[in-house]
Design a protein around this ligand. Structure first.
Ligand code: SF4
Ligand code: SF4
Length: 426
């Protein structure tokens, strides 16, 4: 099996939801739909308080070259434009919608039959599709790269522990996922379509291997196998230079959920306003893979999954390696939400940091060939310039170094602090 240099072997916790079929989350009374669910400029609202909207109706238009349309996740009435403070402490704008529970009031776009590459790109933009792997970069922009591309690589590694959203999509909707990938390949003008799947998803691997027009590469189970640079190297042996994108070596990378969304937009005419996410961890009695509408309150999701606050130490937005701890459950889902984990004391490390013992384990684990201990040392001593020189700006914040560190150094926090201090200084 193919892989990359460095990385760590983590206990993946996927068994909690691995075989659970995706369930549709019931409609809740109110939705808060963020104008900024993507990298780039927030979308501009095209509805106002009192407007009646249908499920799938455009409610905010992309503004600028890097932005994405936003559609109503439900049929209902617009309450207004509201400001809310997100978990990262930043205040953002949302369109508040009161749902009327009418699931027949749905609008969609015309399905496209045998579309041209330009028609696919336009449809992806119209449907508000962004990278569902977490980055949230508008997909239409990625489909018009400046570099020459010869390979479309579908990131099917889903290497974050606990998460099974991509895995379930590949098992339950393999045909649609492959069709979506072939549409993306057509838009890019490439014929080489490669799926990179980690060895812990054998059902998905076997299912996808039956399709023509794609190749499926089985990858060693190792974290962060789904990092773009690591995945490109493992599947193609091409090295993406530091500070460059995979397109610089002729590879376009898309996530499984994203190509599924492309299928839905092109073939069914359905914009992106719901996605699959995993709710897991031993702090929920009923873990699930859920199809959730954007703007759904996290508290409603956790309550559906029988969240037990008493034995939960932390609730994480995303996977345990790269996700962020939620301060409370007041937030809502976006197109970028891949899961929520209620983790108990058995599942998290509560040990305090002690001084570095210079064991070098973090250096061995770093998939970016950086010096994590140096970054951490300099950042904690306030020398952010030296932390940048040690490689902080190339760090992908995967957490592999912190995971293996016997001194429990909080290296990712040091990297994030360095990046924000550098930005502030600029
Ligand atoms: S330094 Fe950054 S890239 Fe390297 S292991 Fe740590 S978090 Fe990952
Ligand atoms: S793994 Fe931890 S203790 Fe070892 S060198 Fe790195 S930071 Fe220091």
């Amino acid at each position: 099996m193919k892989t990359f240099k460095g990385g760590v072997h983590v206990s993946d916790g996927k068994y909690l939801t691995e075989y659970l079929a995706v369930e549709q989350m019931p409609i809740v009374p109110e939705y808060f739909v963020a104008l900024s669910q993507h990298i780039g400029a927030p979308a501009t609202p095209v509805v106002k308080a009192g407007d009646l909207v249908a499920e799938g109706q455009l409610i905010a238009e992309r503004s600028g070259a890097i932005s994405a349309n936003v559609h109503s996740p439900v049929s209902g009435e617009v309450v207004g434009l509201v400001k809310r403070v997100d978990n990262d402490g930043v205040e953002r704008e949302y369109i508040q919608i009161k749902a009327d529970g009418n699931t027949d009031n749905v609008v969609s776009m015309n399905p496209l039959v045998d579309p041209t590459p330009a028609e696919i790109v336009n449809r992806v933009a119209e449907a508000g599709i962004v990278g569902l792997g977490g980055a949230g970069f508008p997909t239409a922009v990625k489909l018009s790269p400046a570099d020459v591309i010869d390979t479309l690589l579908i990131n099917a590694a889903e290497c974050e522990p606990y998460l099974n959203c991509d895995n379930r999509l590949m098992v339950e909707n393999a045909k649609e996922v492959v069709q979506g990938a072939l549409l993306v390949a057509k838009a890019l003008g490439v014929s080489n379509v490669v799926f990179g799947i980690e060895a812990n998803k054998l059902e998905a691997y076997q299912t996808l291997s039956q399709f023509e027009g794609i190749s499926v590469v089985l990858l060693k189970k190792k974290y962060p196998q789904g990092g773009e640079k690591q995945l490109v190297y493992a599947t193609t042996k091409r090295k993406v230079p530091a500070g460059k994108l995979p397109s610089s070596v002729g590879v376009a990378v898309q996530n499984v959920g994203t190509v599924y969304a492309v299928y839905q937009a092109v073939v069914l005419g359905k914009p992106l306003y719901q996605r699959v996410l995993t709710v897991s961890g031993k702090g929920v009695e009923a873990p699930k893979n859920l199809l959730v509408r954007v703007g759904t309150p996290i508290s409603a999701i956790m309550s559906l999954c029988q969240y037990n606050a008493d034995n939960t130490v932390k609730v994480v937005d995303g996977g345990p390696m790269m996700g962020t701890t939620l301060a409370n459950l007041n937030g809502v889902t976006t197109k970028r939400s891949s899961g929520y984990l209620a983790l108990t004391s058995e599942e998290v490390c509560l040990a305090k940091s002690t001084p570095c013992i210079s064991c070098g384990k973090c250096v061995e684990a770093c998939p970016m060939n950086l010096m994590p201990a140096d970054i951490d040392f300099n950042a904690t001593h306030g020398d952010f310039e030296a932390a940048v020189k040690a490689g902080a700006k190339y760090c992908m914040e995967c957490g592999a170094c912190a995971y293996v560190c016997p001194a429990k150094r909080q290296i990712v926090q040091s990297v994030r602090l360095t990046k924000s201090k550098t930005k502030e200084a600029k």
